[in-house]
Design a protein around this ligand. Sequence first.
Ligand SMILES: O=C(O)[C@H](O)COP(=O)(O)O
Length: 258
Amino acid sequence: MGDADTVDIIMVRHGESEWNLKNLFCGWFDAELSEAGLKEAQSAGDYLKGSPYKFDIAYTSMLKRAQNTLANILEGSGQTNVPIIKTWRLNERHYGALTGLNKVETVEKYGADQVAIWRRSFDTPPPEMPEDHPYYDSIRNNPALKEDGPTPEEFPKTESLKLTIERTLPFWNSVVVPKLKEKARILIVAHGNSLRGIVKHLDNISDEDITNLNLPTGIPFLYTLDANLKPVVSMKFLGDPDVVAAAIEKVANQTKKK
Ligand SMILES: O=C(O)[C@H](O)COP(=O)(O)O
């Protein structure tokens, strides 16, 4: 737990989605949680219920896999009264033309090195999503994005991690940072790559080293920040270390044949 000079923040990647289960590139497609993902969210809630962590406010994306993970965490930890702020700026990175493709099949078609660049490099985006792409309309016309979404000019057709960070950081700096400075107790439930961007920013991880970071689904992690919002505790996963390691490995290996 933080002390008088520090502040804690808990972050969680959403539980496994239906498209994670099918090993499809998801991005801005609004996939549901899988049964396993729902259970992950409920387990995270149970864990937090028995922990000292209580929240004053929660932030999440405009995508239901993150929103439903958050709802289950708050319900499981007995904190359903926590106000929730939703923003497109916490959405998963947009996977462009890869959206809906199977990750292993994409490796077979383009090679492991190219797919690794598209998944984990800092500034190389996947190919743009064309307007005749099977998922272009459902993404572009997602009603959730009418509540809070990019302007037509901002609406991405693909995103690198760099581009994702460029639209997440304005939210982090203008909304989250002032709350952290007030010592608010914050929970963020978002996505593998929008969270990789926040982690990169907090820990000042190099553009090269960030390629090695994979975040597991549904396992909360803690940052404890000093008065200058510099980490004194970085990415401390709140769960069994063996379970965490296996979950991270599972994400890394999604592009490998079973
Ligand atoms: O958007 C997706 O496909 C996943 O949520 C993240 O996929 P990745 O781990 O392949 O970046």
